[in-house]
Design a protein around this ligand. Structure first.
Ligand code: MF3
Ligand code: CO
Length: 248
């Protein structure tokens, strides 16, 4: 069932989201060649604890970490690990923050040191794709308008949109209906209503959109081994337009 959130619920989720945004700003300072994603994961857990919050992903369906850390051809749900990041890598850090029972979900792709022009373009297009989706998150629009805005922006530039993973409603639990597809026709699907809180989180690939699953049963990577990037915000549908909860 799709639940509509009260102003009070949205403001509590916004507090969780602001904390998440400040955590991402701290991560940005720490990502550099030689750092491991396990160190970043430990930092996140400690940072959240110091701020009275918990990492909602840890323990979710048996997931072991505070963050997902997806490097280069990993699309999502990469495990933090002891391998050092190296110059030219891209890494997506995704997390869900629980602050006093209110959740917020946001992912960001970071450049490790100096990255190639191609990687820079992928990051730029992926961030713009998120913004194009958010622009459509208006009362009365349909879910398909979000997906269409993203797909029709991304594909003409030669990149592709991952289909197996979607955005989602979010509330007291991390994943609620509806699913938010990042592709598809405009004008179709559910109408957006005031009080819905959703994530938009396009995963954009340099090559084909298809993915394959690692043996760990979690990590998805691109079928062709090319790069994948992702930006994700949690946002509320309001009378004044989309309210992004995971930035200040
Ligand atoms: N944060 C992810 C999302 O965007 C969920 C990760 S699954 C988990 O929906 F198991 F790692 F939590
Ligand atoms: Co999400």
């Amino acid at each position: 069932m799709i639940t509509l959130k009260t102003e009070r619920e949205i403001s509590l989720m916004h507090e969780a989201g602001k904390l998440l945004a400040s955590c991402h700003r701290e991560i940005a300072k720490r990502i550099k060649p030689g750092v491991t994603t396990l160190e970043i994961d430990r930092f996140v857990e400690q940072f959240l604890a110091e701020n009275g919050a918990t990492p909602e992903q840890k323990g979710y369906k048996g997931y072991q970490f505070a963050t997902c850390a997806s490097v280069n051809d990993e699309i999502c749900h990469g495990f933090p690990r002891k391998t050092e990041l190296k110059e030219g890598d891209i890494v997506t850090i995704d997390m869900v923050v629980n602050l006093n029972g209110a959740l917020a979900d946001s992912a960001w792709t970071y450049a490790v040191g100096e990255i190639s022009d191609k990687s820079k373009t992928l990051l730029e297009v992926t961030k713009n794709a998120l913004d194009k989706g958010i622009e459509q998150a208006l009362i009365g629009n349909r879910l398909g308008d979000i997906g269409h805005a993203i797909q029709s922006y991304v594909e003409p530039q030669g990149f592709s949109v991952v289909r197996e993973f979607t955005g989602h409603g979010i509330g007291p639990t991390m994943h609620e209906p509806p699913q938010i597809l990042h592709y598809g026709p405009a004008g179709k699907g559910l109408r957006l209503k005031e009080g819905m809180v959703i994530t938009i989180e396009p995963m954009i690939n340099e090559g084909v959109w298809q993915s394959k699953m690692d043996d760990n049963g979690w990590t998805a990577r691109t079928m062709d081994g090319k790069l994948s990037a992702q930006y994700e915000h949690t946002l509320a549908i309001t009378k004044n337009g989309p309210l992004i909860l995971t930035e200040q």
